[in-house]
Design a protein around this ligand. Structure first.
Ligand SMILES: *Cc1c(COP(=O)(O)O)cnc(C)c1O
Length: 811
């Protein structure tokens, strides 16, 4: 633990500031003050970081590497200060210089190298691994441009590039001496040498992978693990300069650009497969660099390669890093000279895989022709894996050709990454109970019967350190006063809050804390959107990626219905509500963009209609990201988790809201089911179709959205409101939404669930009328949220999948 008193810290800060900027603190601006602070804190962290690395090298404990194409870290300063245990000292010391720590924190650019839930999960996992003393590190890509910045212009989304490195990044360290070469293109020369085949990759294009390391600081435990992100550069003296000498400057520059393009930008699609060659390059680039550097480090410290799987675990976050499997095979076969069988044993024992979605449009399948050209040696290995695997299938499933072709890795001219991931790893996990059940019984049924022991569930979690202790200090102070501090290290101790949730005094305190958070958010909304909202109204929030299956449309139709109702009955007795939305649409996802337009048009119409103005307001906050989530979630009363049942693998914002004392309105989808099981039916509002019903429709058909439109007047009316000029004078404006519901038969059962959703919302309205009872429910939700800490999730991964040594010296 870092012990620091205020005076020492002040001296250190003043020194750092002067050394960095060559002037007095008072002369500088906040950006400079932030840079000095970040740089000072990084110095403190570096001691811990070096010690941790030394400790790992000496102890030889198993190292876990979490491979992910996305890490959605958000801001780091506040969390690092908290985890070092110096938040208070730092705050007070800066105050003596007339500096507000909060203001400096807000200057930090979000590290937005991810799209949404999957990338944020990776970030929460890093935090939990470090805090639980697990030697677990991240491996990914250092995108020069992260997830785009969203602006709203005339109600529409406009994408602006996210130049997050513009002001530099105090947390990262470039490590050029740890660079690796990644080979693309070329051919493979096969030769026989003493009766053995050898494979030599020739005429390839080398790309230099340069690592940038960021320390991941554990909570008050003197641990700093590493997030290693790779950046693509040209290998000097190779291609660029040879063109140069021929005077082909432009070619050289073009070449440089084409290499650097590999780590230039994050693909902005969430739950959607983008079959571009650049994406495949990105995947192999970081996986190859990461795997090579792991083996190099392992070798350097005297590791016996035949025992690799006892010392190293590599986890792949979705199928994006699946090439880790053939890449590890390549290294073992071609560089270490190990036999196929032995290499395969080591590889499958080393690698484990998490499936994140069953959406068909998200399944990765690479065209063989493209793949073979870009990665000739890797392709040969995938072919061999497939050949041996299919031989096993033929002997097991005699004459069941349909089944075998469904299960194959190579088929229809494509490489199916999910099948490769299952075959090449020892563990396959889903991210919530329902999701894992669907994987076993539906999506991957055949593979499950072949490898029943590989499949397991690890329900997602979120780090309570960022999402409760840091971002909701009011609530965490109340919790500490009520039940003590043990929940900080043992989040399931939050359960002790349950009995207090029944106390009137505590309910009033909960209400007071929530009100302060809501006032802060109302302020923010006024500054950002110019909309005045009432902190006493219900804050009803849906923030997440905009996606058809997440059904922002259902929420919109329900607001439109309520608006109709209010106009006809201006004296309708409802609790005033503020509907808050935020989320980005993939730039090429027309329907999702249309939904954003609809939300903004509803907001314009409703907010400017004096006949309902005091009852409902609608707000779309632009540019949803981690730091915005941290402002919105603590101020939320109602958490909207309304995906079509079976479609949301887990969801994680559902857990963040619960932990911050919101009441969830939800379908029985993903982890919502487990939230319901934890809090009981009285403390959550459930609506909508069951998984059985949905699966039944999907398998047997029989759903007809027009029937519902014809039978239900209110549905009929709101669907027509989309195209009758109520929300925009251009009646074609929301045509894409309308057609999705009517012409294309409402793939996500929005109309089917409408009535049940409206009823559930009425129930919420009634519940809120008794604010003591409401806060009691919120308190019960908080009390039961501890199991959704990613600490629980990570302990399950560590013991159930990675076999890492858990050292609970701090627990
Ligand atoms: C938690 C989080 C998500 C995931 O939200 P879901 O509602 O679970 O899809 C997405 N984006 C950000 C910025 C988050 O913090």
């Amino acid at each position: 633990m870092l012990t620091l008193d205020k005076e020492t810290f002040k001296k250190a800060y003043e020194n750092k500031y002067k050394n960095l900027h060559g002037e007095e603190i008072e002369e500088g601006n906040n950006q400079q003050k932030y840079e000095a602070l970040g740089s000072l804190i990084r110095d403190y962290v570096i001691r811990i970081w070096m010690n941790t690395n030394k400790k790992y090298n000496i102890s030889g404990e198993k190292q876990v590497y979490y491979f992910s194409m996305e890490f959605l870290l958000g801001r780091l300063l506040g969390d690092v200060l908290m985890n070092l245990g110096i938040m208070q000292v730092c705050k007070e010391a800066l105050l003596d210089f007339n500096i507000d720590l909060r203001e400096l924190e807000e200057l930090e650019q979000d590290q937005g190298l991810g799209n949404g839930g999957l990338g944020r999960l990776a970030a929460c996992f890093l935090d939990s691994m470090a805090s639980l003393n697990i030697a677990g590190h991240g491996c990914g890509i250092r995108y020069k441009y992260g997830f785009f910045e969203q602006k709203i212009i005339n109600g529409k989304q406009v994408e602006v590039s996210d130049n997050w490195l513009r002001e530099g990044n105090v947390w990262e360290r470039r490590k050029p001496d740890k660079s690796e070469i990644v080979k693309f293109g070329g051919e493979v020369k096969v030769q026989e040498l003493n009766g053995n085949l050898t494979f030599t990759h020739v005429n390839f294009e080398p790309v230099l992978a340069v690592p940038y390391d960021t320390p991941i600081v554990g909570y008050e435990n003197d641990v700093a693990n590493t997030l290693r992100l790779w950046s693509a550069e040209t290998v000097s003296n190779e291609f660029d300069y040879s063109s140069f000498s021929r005077g082909e400057f432009l070619k050289a520059i073009e070449y440089k650009n084409s290499v650097e393009a590999i780590s230039q930008v994050l693909y902005p699609e969430d739950s959607f497969y983008e079959g571009k060659i650049l994406r495949l390059k990105q995947q192999y680039f970081f996986v190859s660099a990461g795997m090579q550097s792991i083996i190099r480090h392992f070798r350097k410290h005297g590791g016996n390669i035949l025992l690799l799987d006892e010392k190293i675990a590599v986890h792949i976050n979705d199928t994006h890093p699946t090439l880790a499997i053939p890449e590890l095979m390549r290294i073992l076969l071609d560089e270490e000279g190990i036999s196929w069988d032995e290499a395969w044993r080591i590889t499958t024992n080393t690698i484990s895989y998490t499936n994140h979605t069953i959406l068909a449009e998200a399944l990765e399948k690479w065209p063989i022709e493209m793949f073979k050209q870009l990665l000739p040696r890797i392709y040969m290995i995938v072919e061999e894996i497939n050949k041996r695997y299919c031989e096993e299938l033929w002997s097991k499933y005699i004459d069941q050709w349909d089944k075998i072709s469904r299960m194959a890795i190579l088929a229809d001219g494509q490489i199916r990454m999910a099948n490769l991931a299952v075959v090449g790893s020892h563990s396959v996990n889903g991210v919530a109970k329902l999701h894992t059940d669907i994987l076993k019984k539906e999506e991957m049924r055949d593979l499950y019967y072949l490898y029943p022991n590989k499949f397991n569930n690890k329900t997602n979690g979120i780090t309570h350190r960022r999402w409760l202790i840091k971002s909701n200090t009011g609530l965490s102070n109340l919790l500490m006063e009520t039940i003590g501090e043990s929940f900080i290290k043992h989040p399931t101790d939050l359960i002790y809050f349950e009995k207090h949730a029944h106390e009137k005094g505590v309910q009033e305190e909960l209400n007071r804390v929530k009100k302060i958070n809501k006032e802060k958010l109302a302020d923010r909304i006024y500054k950002k959107n110019g909309i005045v909202i009432d902190p006493a109204s219900i804050f009803d929030v849906q923030v997440k990626r905009i996606h058809a299956y997440k059904r922002q449309t259902l929420n919109c139709l329900r607001i439109m219905d309520l608006y109709n109702h209010l106009r006809e009955n201006p004296n309708l007795e409802i609790e005033p509500r503020t509907f808050i939305f935020a989320g980005k649409a993939a730039p090429g996802y027309y329907l999702a963009k249309n939904i954003i337009e609809l939300i903004n048009c509803i907001a314009d119409t409703v907010n400017n209609d004096p006949s309902v103005n005091d009852k409902i307001k609608v707000v779309f906050m632009n540019n949803y990201k981690v730091s915005l989530a941290e402002e919105i979630i603590p101020a939320t009363d109602v958490s909207e988790q309304i995906s079509t049942t079976t479609k949301e693998a887990s969801g994680t914002s559902n857990m963040k809201f619960m932990m911050n004392g919101a009441v969830t309105i939800a379908t029985l989808d993903g982890a919502n089911i487990e939230i319901r099981d934890e809090v009981g039916n009285d403390n959550i509002v459930i609506f909508g179709m069951t998984a059985r019903e949905v699966l039944n429709y999907l398998q047997n058909g029989g759903y007809c959205s027009i029937d519902i439109c014809n039978e239900n007047k209110r549905v009929n009316r709101v669907v027509n409101d989309l195209i009758n000029g109520t929300y925009h004078k251009d009646r074609d404006r929301f045509k894409s939404i309308y057609e999705n519901l009517i012409t294309y038969n409402d793939e996500f059962f929005v109309l089917k669930d409408f009535e049940s959703y409206v009823k559930a919302q009425n129930k919420i309205d009634n519940m809120y009328k008794n604010i003591h009872k409401w806060q009691e429910i919120c308190g019960i939700n908080i009390a039961h949220s501890g199991v959704f800490s990613s600490d629980r999730t990570i302990q399950q991964y560590a013991t159930g999948i990675w076999g890492s040594e858990l050292i609970y010296k701090n627990l």
